[in-house]
Design a protein around this ligand. Structure first.
Ligand code: SAH
Length: 491
């Protein structure tokens, strides 16, 4: 990963004073994730360019960490060594700490002077595309030139990648430029390699001093910088804007969209409580949360010491990352760590890791599955996992008319493939119970409306017979599982 900073302000070699790095020396700095080098590809009176070369060691990063259960290669083979990310921000803060703080021992007046500077970032991931990139830098006075990088030059039909090669030009104090890069690079990448704690707000304010407050996208910046941790974002945005309508300033992340529609703080809470009540009553030892999302239910399950094994499954890598942070898995004692397991997997495939559960929760997930995939999911849950009890919740579409901010005919979330009436849900659940040997009982979640029912509907399936699998079935399955990690159903 290469970042260069150039100036043509004569004498251009003043850049060396400002960065506290001598143009004739090549310096190397050891970082926890690899190394950073500073050198000057050109240094003369007319033009001077300083380069920061980051060498991220993917193997070193993994060393000492607990192994991820899934996609073992991804931790070694990923884009991190090649792109500008939070690693670059950390390197900037270490290697150019004096320049970032605005100090310059030899030429203090120079540090205070706006000078023409050009930054080149060889590969910058921009979640949100070029428009978002411009939204970040243009209000700060930068001239932005962005070149979209295609995914693979050999296969142009695969189209564009999320990466850009970017040039930024501005006449600006070097310290300001560095603080813009420090904050905005991870915001554009929309990822961070380290745990986000409360002290991140302090860092954001320190490096955002003098510009973030006035930035039109400050809400989005804070939200992404703090990795969409809503509690932290709210605190930061409240301080930045002193605004009444904090929610307007915060970018509503994908997962939060539904929360906004449902004013879900309370509905979500009620749903989790209802699920926990049913689960606890069945006294399970091993619980699986299918489509666990960001891990809110897992967090409650962990508090129940009678539950010995808790497994969260989700197809979304980023949701599982957030769950890992929410649960602070790295900080749990080894005994607690061994109780919890997160698995990236799709619910429409059998997965040999998902056996031996007493209870399964499938909370607000089925509506994310294509209707023609539902049959495959039913077999995975009721035939393969076959828990003693399964709790399934889904929105009640009849209730949607009661949501003031949901346009008529719209689902509660853009990823919902369907939403069902009470009759549709009950027909489905009764059919499933009948076919797979379960009884089913229905409950309302949230305040019940006389006309349209409750916002969330819940089905509780209880096993009738612990059906023995057909003879030879387990062996056949084990053989298949040896050949494939996941065994495909119905395909
Ligand atoms: N149960 C959580 C999350 C609900 S959002 C809660 O109540 O907060 C729906 C979740 O289902 C998302 O996290 C999504 O990634 C996951 N999901 C959607 N399709 C899936 C599939 N085929 N396999 C596994 N998870 C899936």
């Amino acid at each position: 990963m290469l970042l260069t900073i150039s100036t043509n302000r004569v004498p251009a070699t003043d850049l060396g004073y400002l960065l506290h790095k001598h143009p004739e020396r090549h310096q190397c700095f050891s970082m926890t994730f690899g190394s950073a080098s500073v050198f000057y590809p050109e240094a003369n009176a007319e033009r001077c360019t300083a380069a920061l070369l980051l060498d991220v060691d993917p193997v070193g990063l993994v060393r000492g960490k607990s192994k991820s259960d899934d996609r073992p290669l991804e931790q070694y083979v990923n884009d991190r060594p090649y792109v500008a990310s939070s690693f670059l921000s950390v390197a900037l803060a270490k290697v150019f700490s004096t320049a970032l703080s605005g100090r310059c021992k030899d030429r203090p007046e120079l540090a205070e002077t706006p000078i023409p500077l050009t930054v080149n970032l060889s590969v910058l991931p921009c979640r949100g595309g070029e428009k978002f990139l411009r939204q970040m830098f243009e209000p700060l006075g930068y001239h932005v030139v962005a070149k979209s990088l295609i995914l693979d030059a050999q296969f142009p039909e695969w189209g564009a990648s999320p990466y850009f090669s970017v040039e930024l030009q501005n006449t600006i104090r070097l310290a300001d430029l560095l603080s813009h890069l420090y904050v905005l690079i991870p915001v554009l990448d929309d990822d961070k390699h380290y745990w986000i704690g409360d002290d991140e707000i302090e860092k954001l304010f320190r490096h955002g001093e003098g510009w973030l407050n006035a930035h039109p996208a400050r809400g989005k910046i804070a939200d992404r910088y703090l990795k969409r941790q809503r509690r932290l974002t709210r605190i930061a945005v409240a301080q930045l804007t002193a605004a009444d309508n904090i929610d307007d300033a915060i970018e509503v992340s994908h997962q939060e969209e539904e929360e906004v529609v449902e004013r879900r703080i309370s509905l979500n809470q009620q749903r989790l409580e209802s699920v926990m009540d049913v689960l606890k009553a069945s006294n399970p030892k091993r619980v699986v949360d299918l489509g666990c999302g960001e891990g809110k239910l897992l967090q409650l399950l962990l508090k129940e010491s009678a539950i010995e094994q808790i497994t969260g499954v989700d197809v979304s890598h980023s949701a599982l990352e957030i769950a890992t942070e929410r649960l602070q898995i790295d900080r749990l004692s080894p005994a607690q760590q061994s109780r919890i397991q997160l698995i990236q997997s799709s619910l429409i495939y059998r997965d040999s890791r998902l056996t031996g559960f007493d209870a399964a929760a499938v909370i607000e997930v089925i509506e994310h599955l294509d209707l023609d995939r539902l049959a495959a999911f039913e077999r995975v849950l009721f035939e393969f996992i076959r828990p003693k009890i399964a709790i399934v919740t889904t929105p009640n579409i009849e209730y949607n008319v009661r949501f003031e901010n949901l346009p008529t005919g719209k689902f509660r979330h853009r990823d919902h493939r369907f939403e069902w009436t009470r009759a549709e849900f009950q027909t489905w659940a009764n059919g499933v119970a009948e076919r797979f040997g379960f009884t089913v009982e229905f409950r309302c979640v949230g305040t019940e409306d006389l006309e349209v029912g409750s916002p969330t509907q819940m089905a509780i399936f209880t096993i009738r017979t612990a059906l023995k699998p057909r003879a030879g079935w387990e062996e056949a399955f084990a053989k298949m599982a040896e050949q494939h990690d996941d065994v495909l159903l119905d395909e």
